[in-house]
Design a protein around this ligand. Sequence first.
Ligand SMILES: CC(=O)N[C@@H](CCC[C@H](N)C(=O)O)C(=O)O
Length: 370
Amino acid sequence: MMDYKAIRRALHQIPEIGFEEKETQAFLLEQIRKLPQERLQIKIWKTGLFVHVAGRNPSRLIGYRTDIDGLPVPEKTGYSFASRHEGKMHACGHDFHMTIALGVLEKVARQPIKDDMLFIFQPAEEGPGGALPMLASREFKKWKPDFILALHVSPDFPAGTIATREGILFANTSELFIDFHGKGGHAASPHLTHDMIVAASHFIVSLQTIVARRVNPLHSAVVTIGKMTAGTKQNIIAEHARVEGTIRTLDQETMALIKDDIERQVKAVEIAYHCTSRIDYGANYYQVFNRAEDVKPFLNFLLSRKYPHVICGESMTGEDFGYFLKELPGFMFWLGVGKTSGLHSADFMPDETALEQGVKVISDYLINGQ
Ligand SMILES: CC(=O)N[C@@H](CCC[C@H](N)C(=O)O)C(=O)O
């Protein structure tokens, strides 16, 4: 039987950014090739994988998706098994997601369930998004699941507790990249230049009014700027500034309203600061929406088996698994990993006891709950 802790720790040491997950892919393949191969078909897709497992007497194909990418976060956990890839970390728990997927895959490879299964090891969830290209792939078209499920770890729930809900679980998201270009020059002659650090700073401050003053208070929204780069030296006025962020909403109308307001504010900055600009919305993720008829049987199953679970609220995190659920029946849920720093933190340290519980609940549901 797989040693979940050892697998998670090995994966934790090799985080890779979206579509660079070569070492991760090789590690996953190595683990999968140790399993009984009779019922398995493996297809390599870019840096991800599709693994088809033949069932005993299949009438359906059940999909199980895990993301496999890490984040550009310099790790500060102090783990003896900390990341070996400088500046990168599994700070969103995808090392847990992959380990649980391997654990479930092991169970069904050794003891096939009635139906066929498709395990999807998806690159680039953190961006630019692997779900859409995977959905469009030849492999997915050949093996299109009838139903699909996925989990995400959460520090908001006790280790091993499942949390989900009917309706929207994760928000609509849009990345946001804005470049401002103007006239730079000598620090001593501001009157001869148009300072892009001041222009971008003004934009970032005025941006805060969109959620506070424009969005209907009853419609949740987030606009976060997570990165700003500008300038070349302390005594040179910057000719370029770049602002990078993300927009989150629970409905598409609010997303459109926010983008319209951002464009107006950028135009205002262009006029006020004599500059030009370029807006790029990067990757946009569709909301994760659990249809009642798909998630209710799972909730009833958890109740009947007395597995610890709660009905949770919506979250402003994003997940490109939303695109799978837009096309297929299925659901997503949180798996609690106990109290630790939040997702995307340099000291995110999830409780490893959740690994075994995750594998147990999902395999039990696949074997007995369908
Ligand atoms: C669960 C989670 O943390 N997901 C990410 C998804 C990233 C979406 C996209 N790249 C963006 O930044 O808008 C999240 O940040 O919620």
